[in-house]
Design a binder for this molecule. Sequence first.
Ligand code: GLC
Length: 428
Amino acid sequence: MTRIDRSAAFERARSVMLENDRGSYTIPTKGLYPFQWNWDSCLTALGQRHFDEDRAFTEIETLLAHQWPDGMVPHIVFHVDDEGYFPGPGVWRTGRPTPTSGITQPPVLAFVLRRLVETCRETAKAEDRARAMLPKANAWHEWFYAMRDPKGEGLVAILHPWESGRDNSIDWDEALAGVPTEGVEPYVRRDTTHVDASHRPHRSDYDRYMWLVQRFRSLGWDNAQLHDASPFQVVDPGFNAILIRADEDLASLARRLGASEIAEVAEARVAKARKAFARLWSEKHGQFVCLNRVAGKLVDSASVGGLLPLLAGLGTAQQQGLLAKRIREWRARSRFGVASHDPADPRFEPKRYWRGPVWIIVNYLLIDGLRRCGLDDVAGEVVADSMALIEESGFAEYYDPTTGEGLGGGNFTWTAAIIAELLTSAEA
Ligand code: GLC
């Protein structure tokens, strides 16, 4: 991109972020997602900091203000009423002062917070705000290992596909098949009134999503019970890698801010998780894959979740090289990278949400991971694809990797935020 193109693209990204700004939090997009989402908000702060540092901190503080007493940071905060989204607060019934959902999402918060502090202009102010957030981030990370790894194996399970952030990935098919649908209360989906139904999860998946919500609700959202009571327990390499990286970043930030006790416990969690991680490697696929904890076996599904361990520098140097090779192979089979699932798999669907489409936020996490592992050439290719997609199709929710078509919600906040972030970093 030329210099002028870059500043025009940045301005467009900024106007999307402003359009979706609700004062102290930002909605992902109008219509489809009218509340605050956990990992959307954190990644949004990365973009906001380039034009309003204060506002970026506020985004994360608002999310943390709704942390549960047990440490969980919920996946949605329902700040306002809006009938346009299902399942709303009346379905979750979590009993929180401001309604929230009852599950969580990938913990990118500390990863973002570190970046905010390290690159801010007003250092003293940023450090004070970050210092106040450290114990909260630490409580959330601790919650994961206490509640989602009850046997102390060093890896955490998600109990609902929505927790992964990759809602209907092929990764969940096998474990979801073990979730019943009997007794699911009648419901009306809203997502398919906003966007093309053929791009969204199937009804049969949705019934299972709802069954799990009802099951957890019937247990009063008591996290001490949910793990063992769930027929869906999946160890996602992408999710665990994000948690490990977040703990590394939390430790580094805590050391900088003089909170050595937090740094030590975070470092201990990282050390344990790193050792456990090797069991998620699949020789067959040459990448990491999910572990179905209920069945006690690896899942035969090569998704982008299995490439995300680059973000935490996991695996041997040779394995990291193989992950980069996967990215190149997938790019060679589609016009734009990085598809959310291996395009060579017959189950790949280029337009159906997390079963094939490219997501710019995932590209960003991969770019960071590739650079960390010294795989800069491949990182550069993923940056170039990301820029080409927004040039061609604007700030969409996700993109068809075979055509570059923008799909899902339009003027999407985190897509804009990540493009702003990439545009302002020297390598873009
Ligand atoms: C969808 C995505 C999830 C995201 C949310 C809001 O549910 O799968 O990752 O957080 O939309 O954008």
